[in-house]
Design a protein around this ligand. Sequence first.
Ligand code: SF4
Length: 469
Amino acid sequence: MIESANLLASKTWHIQHAHLVIAAMRRFAEELRAAGFAVDYRFARTLAEGLHDHRAIHRTEEVLVMEPASRSARERMARLGCRVVPGNQFLCHYSDFAAWVNRRLNVRMEDFYRWQRRRLGYLMEGTGPRAQPSGGRWNFDADNRRPPPRGHVWPAPLTSPLDDLDRAVIEHISPFCEGESPTGIWATTRAEARRRLDHFIDRVLPGFGPHAEAMTTGSMHLAHSLLSPYLNLGLLTPAEVCDAVQVAFDRGLVPIASAEGFIRQVIGWREYVWGMYWAGMPAYAGLNALGATRPLPPVFRGNAATQMRCLDQVLSEVRTHGFAHHIQRLMVLGNLCLIAGVDPAELLDWMWASFVDGAEWVMVPNVLGMSQHADGGRMATKPYASGGAYINRMSDYCKGCHFNHSRRTGEDACPFTTLYWDFFARHQVRFARNPRVSRQVQVAMRLDDLSEVRECANEVVTRLSAGQL
Ligand code: SF4
């Protein structure tokens, strides 16, 4: 096992992200030694140098590595002469995904998800071609879009006390990192990750679903599982997570909308994103279909304050925990960058470093495709642009904000609302024939104050870039 100094210095990582990866590695090495394995744990300038030293000292005949999820790591392993063996971090290998895609005109997540459900048997009644989805429907997504309930107390996440190993890692990585120091919320062993899975199934999953898209100042997690870092790091496997959900559903402990919503995230979205990533790389990482070139606003890196309550809230949660749930990522952070015309590569780099579950394979399609429409619609057939009205409906952020979510011009105009209309006016040619957003284009072009909106939008992006919004 090799800790590469160059990799650590390659980005300004959120300290909780870097801590999670490195502490989990060191603990895994300890567990292996305790189980009787000989572990060569190296600190090297680069992975190549660490491997070279290992080979020289141990006269290794062959080095086997579990297949990395991301292409750049996969290629590095090949260049270093390692033999890659299949891992268990996904239930559908990207080569099987490619075979599924072959000759399809539309590569829709929903079709892939149903194929996965049938083939893996999760939440299915009966077997073979006659098998039907449990609950009589494939998808309960429409039931999962309720706004945040008032005064609800969400189950608190489990924590683990930090020990000397954590403190040593934190001291080692601090010079390369930003964000608040680890609090114990993220597990760094498989046993602790399993404990969090059990906690999620028993306490959280029954309430997962109806408020999956809600955002509130009272809780950063609501009923989200917080399991993605463990799935992406290999501390949990998707099979064991889905098996646990199936068992809880079979015992009548979890409603179908919650079980289905969660299974869809794991065997649907997560695996679809991985397959799309491999199908599109290496070109995918350089796409910028909307020609967005503005730098990431300084407020993202903590170099400025903001009066936008939604943005301030989400960024403060990222700083505190290295986490934001998918709607906060898509509809606040991503949405703002999309409609403000921020370079998608800058957002991708920031999200990869800032979120504890960040990795190249997950960020390229999610950020460039889903969030920034930089792939021209391969991942999402419409741009995920919204004004303040959506954020107001799905959160409690707008109450008490300096801006007014329903105003698009004037001193107190909501930046999201202003930029939303400007976005559709700016990209009218591209989206005029898109059936999912053509109406927004028409409405934007008919606004009687459009020129004022566009002037206001210019001012908004200037102030955002200057850290004065
Ligand atoms: Fe965000 Fe606009 Fe709502 Fe303020 S009014 S919280 S800026 S959406």
